[in-house]
Design a protein around this ligand. Sequence first.
Ligand code: NAD
Ligand code: UDP
Length: 311
Amino acid sequence: MRVLLTGAAGFLGSHLAERLLKEGCEVIGVDNLSTGQRRNLDRLLAHPGFHFLQADVTRPLQVEGPLDWILHFASPASPPRYLKLPIPTLLVNAEGTRHLLDLALRKGARFFLASTSEVYGDPLVHPQPETYWGNVNPVGPRSIYDEGKRYAEALTMAYHRAHGLSVRIVRIFNTYGTFMDPEDGRVVSNFIIQALRGAPLTVYGDGSQTRSFCYVDDLIEGIRRLMEVDYPYPVNLGNPEEYRVLDLAHLVKELTGSPSSIVFRPLPEDDPKQRRPDITLARRLLSWEPRVPVREGLERTIAYFREVVAH
Ligand code: NAD
Ligand code: UDP
């Protein structure tokens, strides 16, 4: 198997690349290093089957030789990062997706899109099944990401319908774990780093908004299984264990044994009030469900961040 994976220097892309390399695949990792980490690449370059191509996928990509799969993970993913990169975020999901779909057509490759639970926006249906069309503010600050991913899904389905391209789409719900970027501003990494440094944990709003947190190994297993079944429509992958953000702050304090205080900061505009995946489809289609409970996943992630903070 020869696989092209965009966003290989990122959190999820590097995990999936590592998994595929261990299975014996040849992986061509593409990344422009806009939000990715060099240390993730170093880890991958230790495998002889890994090749790195530094490129911006919003421009057409020339790749020699055959490709079996094209896995599109490139996109800023944390709200602070995509809010700082509004146009590149729209373009990587629009133009980037188009160029990679064209490449998949030319190579006869299967195309995978890393989509997001953000396509549901601030959901009025809870938990969210794939059949829910969402509640997105099309001109709000988060629209660059939400609408970018919605367009990427629409384009992927159009290539499937118009050209018979083999496609897979996953809607990823908040995922955390080792090799997350400690600086990218997501809630799990922020709280753990703050707790380990003895700094106040920053809860946005009153902390009553909810998220459901999936450990990265579970997500990667779900993606791996989806690549093997014939299903072109979006599939939710996430852990239905739902937490209020304030309760997550208390849990991180408990698990780190940190004396940090909790401080409240303004809630970002259009921050979704609740989010939990309905994973009925993934259970049926993939015989998949998360195996790592949030407490255990957080313990593993805390152990990883202790090392990061120490260096
Ligand atoms: P990440 O920021 O760690 O990784 C994204 C990678 O894409 C980075 O290495 C970045 O440098 C690269 N990139 C960005 N724009 C690029 C471009 N134009 N050309 C080439 N490379 C580019 O984020 P992540 O958490 O690993 O997310 C990966 C994918 O999964 C994203 O598409 C994201 O939208 C999706 N996703 C992630 C989560 C999550 O909880 N982590 C949830 C939903 C969806
Ligand atoms: N959040 C928080 N403190 C932080 C970072 C985030 O309270 O330091 C909140 C954020 O407002 C949101 C939730 O935690 O309600 C999840 O934020 P994250 O950026 O991780 O992901 P999102 O699901 O919003 O994309």
